[in-house]
Design a protein around this ligand. Structure first.
Ligand SMILES: C[C@@](CO)(OP(=O)(O)O)[C@H](O)COP(=O)(O)OP(=O)(O)OC[C@H]1O[C@@H](n2ccc(N)nc2=O)[C@H](O)[C@@H]1O
Ligand SMILES: Nc1ncnc2c1ncn2[C@@H]1O[C@H](COP(=O)(O)OP(=O)(O)O)[C@@H](O)[C@H]1O
Length: 274
């Protein structure tokens, strides 16, 4: 029986950069959530192999360093992997990390132990393994699960420019910013939006300087009535939070008129195991 694993898009609802380690990696303090959409990974018994299909398959050649294959190798396991690539590549919503985590979860269901130090695959892999709302700290390896977030309607928008994560970190002006304020339990959009307004994505100014179209995406999200809009991760994908699913759907259609990728979804409940 094939094993099907969702690989939901990761969102850095808030992302503070609080320092830099001697090895050049940055210390982060981030409220991470997952969307109700993402890639899909299917595993079947067999020698290690990878097939990629789906809307963004063309942007991701099948190569040995694909994070799905690297994850299986780190787990010391073999499987025939089929990846449906629904998320834009190199876009700040952790597609590669979500795929790697989904492969590791699938392999665990096939009886393979989870490897240690999954952050070696990518800083976002530990939080994507949890795939539930969490505070992410350190360089990504410290993951503290949080209470579920309200299932707020959400639109993801990507203008089609790939942004290099190391380039964005390198372009930052300040690396010693304050951490997140205390994270309360959120009842709905109003208090989540209120809390987010006190926080930042410290990578946004650097990403905007590299890809000014991100500023147009944020303006366009706000023009469609988003109660809150921000860039995720190192960009270029931005998200908007809406007070109704209808408003999110209408906004998504309008944003596609710019020639951008857009998807209406919601903040997802935690993945159910199995
Ligand atoms: C910025 C974040 C925030 O969640 O998201 P994305 O934009 O990638 O989605 C992540 O920390 C990215 O995670 P990931 O994409 O897995 O990064 P990695 O492959 O581990 O690292 C790529 C490069 O980013 C820089 N990097 C990454 C993580 C970190 N804490 N400090 C860094 O300085 C390093 O230059 C590193 O070589
Ligand atoms: N399965 C995968 N999906 C996406 N990107 C992958 C994958 N495997 C390797 N990569 C590489 O990882 C890099 C980061 O991609 P991704 O995780 O989508 O972006 P981000 O880290 O900005 O959220 C890309 O440049 C891509 O070439």
């Amino acid at each position: 029986m094939p094993i099907v694993q969702a690989a939901p898009a990761k969102l850095n609802l808030a992302l503070h950069v609080t320092g830099r380690r001697a090895d050049g990696y940055h210390l982060l303090d981030s409220l991470v959530a997952f969307a109700g959409m993402g890639d899909v990974v299917v595993l079947e018994p067999g020698p290690l192999s990878l097939r990629i299909e789906g809307p963004f398959a063309a942007g991701l050649p099948v190569s040995d360093d694909n994070l799905c294959l690297r994850a299986a190798r780190l787990a010391g396991a073999a499987a025939a992997i089929r990846l449906t690539k629904n998320l834009p590549v190199a876009s700040g919503i952790g597609g590669g990390s979500a795929d790697a985590a989904a492969v590791l979860r699938g392999l665990a269901r096939m009886g393979h132990a989870l490897p240690a130090e999954t952050e070696r695959l990518g800083a976002d892999v530990p939080v994507c393994l949890a795939s539930r709302p969490a505070r992410m700290q350190g360089v990504g390896e410290i993951v503290t699960p949080l209470d579920p977030l309200p299932q707020v309607p959400l639109v993801l928008v990507n203008p089609g420019v790939g942004v290099s994560t190391p380039q964005v970190f390198a372009a930052m002006e300040r690396r010693d910013n304050p951490g997140l304020p205390p994270i309360p339990r959120f009842a709905g959009l109003a208090d989540l939006g209120g809390w987010l307004a006190q926080t930042r994505n410290d990578l946004e100014p650097a990403a905007l300087a590299i890809a000014p179209v991100i500023g147009q995406v944020l303006d366009a999200l706000r023009a469609t009535g988003a109660a809150f809009a921000r860039m995720s991760g190192s960009g270029a994908t931005c998200f908007g939070l809406y007070d109704s699913a209808d408003r999110a759907r209408i906004a998504s259609s309008a944003l596609k008129q710019h020639g951008w990728w857009a998807a209406a979804t919601e903040l997802a409940p935690p993945l159910t195991p199995g």
